[in-house]
Write a protein that binds this ligand. Structure first.
Ligand code: FPP
Length: 254
């Protein structure tokens, strides 16, 4: 587990703050539809909310936040929605990068950059270079990310390196994932009530705690995050054993 206590002026102390929180930010489309707005307005509202949630994570003592922003399957959405989401990513980098950097956020992309337009790819690479030495919060952005694609990419890398089959361990696979070196998520939050993994961190989620809420992503505010972290604090993580085991995360980091 992560730090044992977190202080916040308006919120009572949390016990057992998860070190790594991952979020499936679902429900932007339904949020927009409920207001008679185009789907992209929902993604814009979701983006605004992301800014609030990043701040709240820092305040509550979360050290790593991974967000599922664009999946390998999202290319199958209408072209204007795909184009709009790419535009949002570009705008966010242009508008928010300096502030994120000042606030000590380290950015890391997980997924494949190849399919992105060269200018956007460059911006993503620049954002990672600029923030490489920050350590207040590691923000992993899953963009053109799929869990199966990630495992395929890892296996291809291991074979290309010529690692003998009997020397391939779980750690070898972890070390070849896009998330190499990042501890597995302690808590995965999914908004909008859907009960599925949707190809997100399928290797890393082996022993993550899940928290599903009916709240749509644009409405998932600081209070909602606090409640999810409180619920995490009540869980008894056994990792398949009989009693609570604190050191699993360290043993399986990577
Ligand atoms: C799922 O809701 C959300 C997405 C596919 C996109 C999430 C992206 C953002 C919030 C953009 C901001 C991210 C960055 C890093 C700039 P949905 O469209 O599937 O909603 P629905 O299920 O209600 O239709």
């Amino acid at each position: 587990m992560g730090s044992e206590e977190s202080t916040s002026s308006a919120y009572p102390k949390l016990t057992h703050v998860p070190q790594h929180v991952a979020i499936i930010m679902d429900g932007n489309g339904r949020w927009a539809a409920a207001r008679g707005l185009p789907r992209l307005n929902g993604h814009q509202a979701g983006t605004e909310n992301l800014r609030r949630v990043i701040r709240a994570c820092v305040e509550f003592g979360v050290k790593i936040l991974t967000i599922y922003a664009f999946s390998t399957e999202n290319w199958g959405r209408p072209a204007d929605e795909v184009e709009g989401l790419m535009h949002i990513l570009e705008e966010v980098i242009d508008r928010e990068l300096d502030e994120l950097h000042r606030e000590g956020v380290k950015l890391r992309h997980i997924g494949r950059l190849e399919r992105l337009k060269p200018a956007l790819r460059e911006k993503v690479l620049h954002s990672m270079e600029l923030t490489a030495n920050n350590d207040r919060l590691l923000l992993c952005v899953a963009w053109n990310y799929g869990g199966r694609d990630e495992i395929l990419h890892a296996v291809q890398g291991i074979i290309k390196e010529g690692v003998p089959a009997d020397q391939v361990t779980e750690q070898t696979i972890s070390d070849h994932l896009y998330t190499a070196g990042v501890p597995d998520p302690d808590l995965i939050i999914r908004t909008s009530g859907e009960m599925r993994i949707s190809n997100f961190l399928i290797w890393q989620a082996a022993y993550s705690e899940w928290y599903v809420t009916n709240t749509l992503w644009p409405d998932f505010d600081k209070q909602a995050l606090y409640e999810a972290l409180q619920e995490y604090g009540r869980r008894d993580r056994r990792f398949g054993r009989l009693s609570h085991c604190e050191d699993y995360g360290e043993q399986h980091a990577g």
